[in-house]
Structure formats: C-alpha cells, structure tokens
Design a protein around this ligand. Structure first.
Ligand SMILES: [Zn+2]
Length: 325
C-alpha cells in the first residue's frame, strides 16, 4: 500500500486538501479508526522528501473486507487496495464539507450510452469514476486500449420503448469529463480458463509520456456521430467551452510490480510536481529516478525479469482551477 500513498502524497492539490482538513472534523471520532485522520497525520509527519512515509498507523486504520486490519507490508493487489482505500475515505467525508475530496483530484464521469440508429430515442447515463481500468491483452499502448474501450458494439433489433419498434443501437461507454489526475489501472492479472487460476500478463504495454484523450470523449464522439443530444444540454455546454488543452495529459507517476503471480513487490516511480524531478520509492528507500528509464522499468515485455506497470497516473498539463476555490 505504500506505493499508492506515495503517489497520492506527490499530488500537491490533494495533499494540501488532506492536510488542511480541520481537526474539528475529527472531534468525537475514534482516531485510530479514521483513515482520513491517519492519512492527514501521515502526510503531515513526513520530515523530508527523501524519508519514506511511515504508514503503520494509516494501515491499521484500514479495515479489510474479509475482516481484520491492513498491515503496512501486506502484499495486496494494488487495484483492490485503491478501491478499499478510496471507499474508506469516501464514506468518511460523505455529507460533509469535504465530500468532494476525491472528486476534486480524481473524479471524472463516464457516459453509458445506448444510441438509436433509427430514431431519436437514445439513452444516456452518467457515472462517477476515480480510476479507469485498461485492458492490456491485444493492445500495445494506452491509446489503442482507450480506443477499444469507447468503441462499443451494435445491438441489433432492440425494442425502442417510445416507438414500440425494433431499432439498431450503438451501445458504448465514453469519457464525459475527466479530472486533473487520471488514474489508469492496467488489467495485468488475467484469469486463465484452462487452469482456473489468475496469471500475470507481463507483455509490453506502452505508457505514452503525453496523452491526448479528446478522441475518447463524449464531446468528440457525439460530433462524429452527428448526434444531437437534447437531454444533456448542461454537460454539453460545459464540455464545448473547454479548450483543447483540457484533454492533454502527461505521465507523472507509475506503480510498478516486480515478480511473479505469487511472489513480488510493488514500488512507485513518480515526479515531484513542485520541482519536476523523478524518484523511485522502493520499500524503505527513495532514490533519484531517470524518466528515460520509464520504458525499461514500466512497459513490461521483458522475458528475463517480470517488471511492469500496474497503475499509471497522468496529470492534466494545464490544470483547471479547483472547483471549490
Ligand atoms: Zn424510438
């Protein structure tokens, strides 16, 4: 879990928001059980950048779904950990003035769409996301995987409730909007139907240093379809007014897994957003990292040694102002 906490610490806006939470907010709570309080304490207690974070108390504040508390050295699947951790934070801030804590830094919306090819009765549903899962198999980079993610499929002869006639529909999921930080989780763990076990897919998968997500957004894809959306004027206006720089991101952090399906470790490489330098956060050791080594250390595809990215964090190049400022 340390590699995740280190990545979050590196995000100035998130870190500042956590550290600036009033102590009053925790009044009457059992502080040992408060994941948010312990995260704040962990961030505040860092003496210097080159000293690893002490996450013992934070780990012990996190309840595992199967019971018991998280151990600081527990080897837990990184995606599973992010889900547990974000859920815990979210339930603590829910309904309070801090309820947008995660949304401010990571929250985006996906649009689930059922677009009729034969009438004007299409269906759109939005859902908040903090992380996006990327399929690795058969794709060689983030762009190929995202293109596939938004492609969708044709559903033939689907009954339109309004027309009472069967129409062909395009069913797809696209990015409606995105936040200053995009967290991609890479689906490197695959279920093998022959052996009924999970296997690690260490194949080559490129993380481009800069990424433009415009082609995968609702704004762009609706234009291509020539669709007019009547039921969603507000979001359309919001998105249309955004400059193209809105969609430009750069790679700024990667959580790497080194090992086999059974034995291994995670570590993080991340950019210090304040001075631009990169560091490697390996267990209890922090060292300088040369971003030129990103392909070799994070893209995978090496036969001899299994080292590959599990999580990639992209920063918007021109961050929009915090919504609550
Ligand atoms: Zn219809």
């Amino acid at each position: 879990m340390l590699p995740v906490i280190e990545q979050l610490y590196q995000l100035p806006s998130f870190r500042k928001e956590v550290v600036s939470i009033d102590d009053d907010f925790f009044a009457g709570k059992n502080l040992e059980d408060s994941v948010l309080y312990q995260l704040k304490a962990t961030f505040k207690s860092r003496e210097s950048f080159d000293k690893p974070l002490n996450i013992k108390a934070l780990a012990n504040s996190i309840k595992k779904p199967e019971g018991g508390r998280m151990g600081e050295n527990e080897l837990i699947d990184v995606q599973e950990f992010i889900n547990i951790f974000f859920d815990a934070l979210e339930s603590e801030v829910k309904g309070s003035k801090y309820q947008s804590l995660l949304e401010n830094s990571f929250g985006g919306f996906l649009s689930y769409e059922l677009i009729s090819k034969g009438c004007s009765h299409s269906n759109y549903r939005s859902e908040l996301f903090y992380t996006l899962g990327l399929t690795i198999r058969n794709f060689k980079n983030v762009n190929e995987s995202l293109a596939n993610f938004v492609e969708g499929e044709i559903i033939e002869e689907f009954l339109c409730d309004d027309c009472k006639e069967k129409k062909d529909y395009l069913k797809r999921t696209v990015i409606k909007n995105s936040s200053n930080h995009l967290i991609f989780t890479l689906k490197r763990v695959e279920f093998d139907l022959d052996t009924f076990t999970n296997t690690l897919n260490g194949e080559y998968f490129e993380l481009p240093l800069t990424l433009n997500i415009q082609s995968y957004t609702q704004q762009h894809l609706s234009k291509n379809l020539g669709q007019k959306k009547d039921n969603d004027e507000e979001s359309k206006e919001q998105y249309n007014s955004k400059p193209s720089s809105e969609f430009e991101y750069k790679l700024a952090g990667v959580i790497v897994y080194q090992g086999t399906m059974k034995y291994g470790k995670y570590y993080s490489v991340a950019q210090n957003r304040e001075d631009g330098t990169w560091h490697k956060f390996d267990q209890k050791e922090i060292s300088k990292f040369d971003p030129n080594d990103l392909p070799a250390e994070t893209f995978g595809g090496k036969q001899s040694q299994n080292t590959c990215a599990y999580v990639a964090i992209y920063d918007r190049i021109a961050p929009e102002d915090q919504k609550d400022d």
